[in-house]
Design a protein around this ligand. Structure first.
Ligand code: SAM
Length: 281
């Protein structure tokens, strides 16, 4: 019988966030696949866990994945841990889960620390609908493509960012999103935890003068719904233009009004009144 792949979150700063269930699981499995073996060994020492550890990271995941799957198929239980936080979220683990599922291996997720949700719940920005965007690419073209892709998203946006790239990211965001509310969540669960709830333009000014230190999650307000509607309306042709453009011997009257109203998302009555007015001219 195959073993089980356990997905074990680890603290993102505060050791007390290690859950009893994660400790128990890490003690019981046959092997721990860790993104950073040195970091994980330090953590294991704190909790008297002496389970063997092997590396599984971005640069060896293609070759190592198959090897771990073979072990699981032979009945070994394996836990996967990232450097910190929730494995498989902007971390290796995602590919191993896919491989495990493909091989009918049971995967068991454990709950625990995750930087994005920890930052979001204290940001003060809407939590009802959000989109996790991970890290932006380092190449200018794909960064801009990514930001342009989400610039009209009305959901709260969440990004991970390294301190040395923060100022470039904030400038690019201001450029593409325009000025918006942002919460910069820094050093979560650590001694110098900080939430800078401000705007993109103020954040650019601030971090141009104060060099950013520590780890950051950026929570950005989604596009304002009214502004989006206004912009979309301005981009669309007017109802009058469409009524004139679409009117033919086959398409006229109520059918024409229906088509134009649907396309412009306008009330049929409004388009019909306009249609009657145009007929009288
Ligand atoms: N898988 C982890 C998770 O979701 O919890 C995240 C791993 S990702 C490689 C690392 C990024 O997570 C950092 O660059 C930062 O954006 C964010 N992060 C991790 N720990 C953090 C902390 N204590 N405070 C703020 N951001 C943190």
């Amino acid at each position: 019988m195959s073993g089980i792949l356990y997905l074990c979150p680890t603290p993102i700063g505060n050791l007390s966030d290690m859950t009893p269930r994660v400790i128990e699981t890490l003690k019981q499995v046959d092997l721990i696949a860790a993104e950073d073996t040195r970091n994980t060994l330090r953590l294991l020492n704190c909790f008297d866990i002496d389970t063997p550890v092997t590396s599984y990271h971005e640069h060896n995941k293609a070759s190592k994945g198959g090897n771990l799957i073979e072990k699981l198929l032979s009945g070994k239980n394996i836990a996967v841990c990232s450097d910190a936080g929730m494995p498989a979220i902007s971390d290796p683990g995602e590919d191993l889960v896919k491989l495990a599922i493909k091989n009918d291996i049971q995967t068991v997720p454990l709950t625990g620390p995750c930087a994005l949700t920890t930052a979001l719940i204290a940001s003060g920005l809407p939590t009802g609908r959000f989109s996790f965007e991970g890290f932006l690419s380092v190449t200018k073209k794909s960064r801009f493509e990514h930001l342009n892709d989400v610039k009209n998203d009305t959901r709260t946006l969440i990004f991970y960012e390294a301190p040395h790239k923060l100022i470039y990211t904030l400038r690019d965001m201001l450029d593409i999103f325009g000025d918006r509310e942002i919460c910069l969540a820094r050093e979560l669960t650590k001694k110098y935890e900080e939430f800078n709830r401000t705007t993109l333009s103020e954040a650019v000014k601030y971090y141009e003068e104060n060099s950013p230190k520590g780890e950051f999650v950026l929570i950005i307000a989604g596009k304002n719904k009214d502004e989006l509607k206004e912009e979309q309306r301005a981009e669309k042709p007017s109802a009058e233009e469409l009524l004139k453009e679409y009117e033919t011997e086959e398409l006229y009257g109520k059918e024409l009004v229906k088509k134009v109203a649907e396309e412009l998302e306008l009330p049929k009555r409004e388009v019909y009144d306009l249609y009657l007015k145009l007929q009288k001219k």
